[in-house]
Ligand binder design. Structure first.
Ligand code: NCC
Length: 276
């Protein structure tokens, strides 16, 4: 198939990836105990609409980047999983508007999701690797990680903090576009939190700057800026089709290529500002 132009590719993302959260009206979630926890407003009603947003990957290449002040100038900042700001402000900034976490983090006790105060700032969104294009009912019966009990426990402890569950259909709508635009067969696993977070922010913001998703000159085998652990798979991908995600983001970048090298920075348009 012919390669899509960047504009067409962006339009595919806008028109085919339906970013939505689980609501109290979604099948198995329509019980009174779920109604207590699931936010009544949808995400864009809750946060309004932002001009400039930043998505901060957790990559080791953020270390010594001094990107913190630039990141904090954005109207909203999205971070992932257990990525901290305290102690790393200089490189990653201190603002957290939204934190996207995976279901493993919420479920596995060692990850301290229920007790670490890191999670108490900003709006939380959890996602779970659902079976390919599964119906909500099927997914609810067998999620990849059964995070539902911890979700409820967290929400009861923090009733004022909005905590969303990403509708699992979105990840496969996005995966289909990744597959269609790759020359090879990609692994049948959902996109990384990074890629999901980028598309979520494209629905809320006029412009999205993504930091160190495409690695800069600081590229390193150090997995995260906040840990010592080394693993190339963190940047290249193993379970997630990360390399294909990065190729796609590179194709739709509207910023200067030089800024990828120096800042690990990519600029994407918000969906509302696109003519398709
Ligand atoms: O590592 P993780 O990802 O939390 O990183 C968040 C997102 O940043 C981008 N990234 C990260 C490191 C790196 N060197 N380069 C990058 O581009 C990726 O886009 C990544 O998605 C995840 O996607 O949820 C993931 O979560 C971790 C782990 O579960 C959480 O950190 C909680 O501990 C996964 N690691 C393991 O399971 C060991 C990782 O595979 C995916």
């Amino acid at each position: 198939t012919a390669k899509l132009t960047p504009e067409k590719l962006l339009c595919q993302l806008r028109d085919r990836v339906n970013v939505r959260m689980i609501h109290g009206s979604d099948g198995p979630f329509s019980t009174s105990e779920w109604q207590k926890c699931l936010p009544g407003k949808n995400l864009s009603q809750e946060v309004g609409h932002f001009r400039q947003c930043a998505v901060v990957s957790s990559a080791g290449s953020l270390k010594s980047s001094h990107l913190g002040p630039e990141i904090d100038t954005h109207d909203a900042v999205l971070r992932f999983n257990g990525a901290p700001t305290i102690g790393f402000q200089n490189d990653v900034g201190e603002k957290t508007t939204i934190r996207l976490v995976n279901s493993q983090l919420v479920t596995v006790k060692e990850q301290k999701f229920l007790t670490d105060t890191l999670y108490n700032t900003g709006i939380l969104i959890v996602w779970d690797p659902a079976p390919y294009h599964a119906e909500i009912h099927e997914w609810y019966r067998k999620p990849d990680y059964n995070f539902f009990a911890n979700y409820k426990e967290y929400c009861e402890k923090h009733p004022e903090q909005p905590f969303y569950i990403l509708n699992p259909k979105m990840q496969w709508e996005l995966w289909d576009i990744l597959q269609e635009n790759s020359l090879e067969n990609i692994q049948p696993n959902p996109p990384s939190s990074g890629m999901l977070g980028i598309v979520i922010m494209m629905t809320l913001c006029d412009e999205v700057n993504v930091y160190e998703f495409l690695p800069s000159k600081r590229q390193t085998d150090i997995c995260h800026y906040y840990q010592r652990y080394h693993d190339r798979a963190c940047t290249m991908g193993a379970y997630h089709p990360l390399l294909y995600e990065k190729n796609l983001v590179k194709r739709v970048n509207q910023g200067q290529n030089e800024l990828i090298y120096t800042h690990g920075k990519v600029t994407l348009p918000g969906f509302r500002n696109m003519d398709c």
